[in-house]
Design a protein around this ligand. Structure first.
Ligand SMILES: Cc1cc2nc3c(=O)[nH]c(=O)nc-3n(C[C@H](O)[C@H](O)[C@H](O)COP(=O)(O)O)c2cc1C
Length: 176
């Protein structure tokens, strides 16, 4: 059983590609198991104390469809004692007033259900106007933008995963 469960939804594939890169960076499937949220049951979350949530923003400030369908079922999950990190795909130029909103919507909900947020990320290097994913001038998780900054994705993932290894407290384990 891997230590970390990564739950993602995607419409056009970018979030899945990022999920696979994050899995690789952690050391592969022995460390991180990937779950497509369209094929996931709430009970799948019970196996993990370390969780990563991946969701792109769609339709101007909305969750990706499969996350939208799953949203009410989050209430069935007890996130108490779980550390939860978030990443999103978005378009800061085309949707500057709702950049990465989905990440913020999910973080707010899961925090209410007891999850402890880790993996905050600086807004430096982005150019947008409004985002529900910003709290205290930081993103609640890793903001990726394939539409405008795809050249930065690999480096951002490497930096964020190194940060998460520390914040999850897994950096000393041989498997990581
Ligand atoms: C109709 C439409 C609406 C979108 N709305 C937003 C938005 O409100 N905020 C945002 O940051 N990105 C928005 N995006 C950009 C997507 O999030 C981006 O293309 C992302 O890479 C898609 O990820 P996926 O391939 O995993 O589905 C939108 C894209 C489209 C086509």
């Amino acid at each position: 059983m891997s230590k970390i469960g990564l739950f993602y939804g995607t419409q056009t594939g970018y979030t899945q590609t990022a999920a696979e890169m994050i899995q690789q960076e952690f050391g592969g499937e022995n460390v991180v198991t990937l779950y497509d949220i369209s094929k996931t049951e709430p009970s799948d979350f019970n196996d993990y104390d370390y969780i990563i949530i991946g969701c792109p923003t769609w339709n101007v400030g909305e969750l990706q469809d499969d996350w939208g369908n799953f949203f009410d079922r989050l209430d069935e999950i007890d996130f108490t004692g779980k550390k939860v990190a978030y990443f999103g795909e978005g378009d800061q130029v085309g949707y500057a007033y709702s950049f990465q909103d989905a990440m913020g919507i999910l973080e707010e909900k899961i925090s209410e259900l007891g999850g402890e947020t880790v993996g905050y990320w600086s807004t430096e290097g982005y150019d947008f106007t409004e985002s529900k994913a910003v709290r205290d001038e930081r993103f609640v998780g890793l903001a990726l933008d394939e539409d405008n900054q795809s050249d930065l994705t690999e480096e951002r993932i490497k930096t964020w995963v190194a940060q998460l290894k520390q914040e999850f407290g897994l950096q000393t384990e041989a498997t990581v």
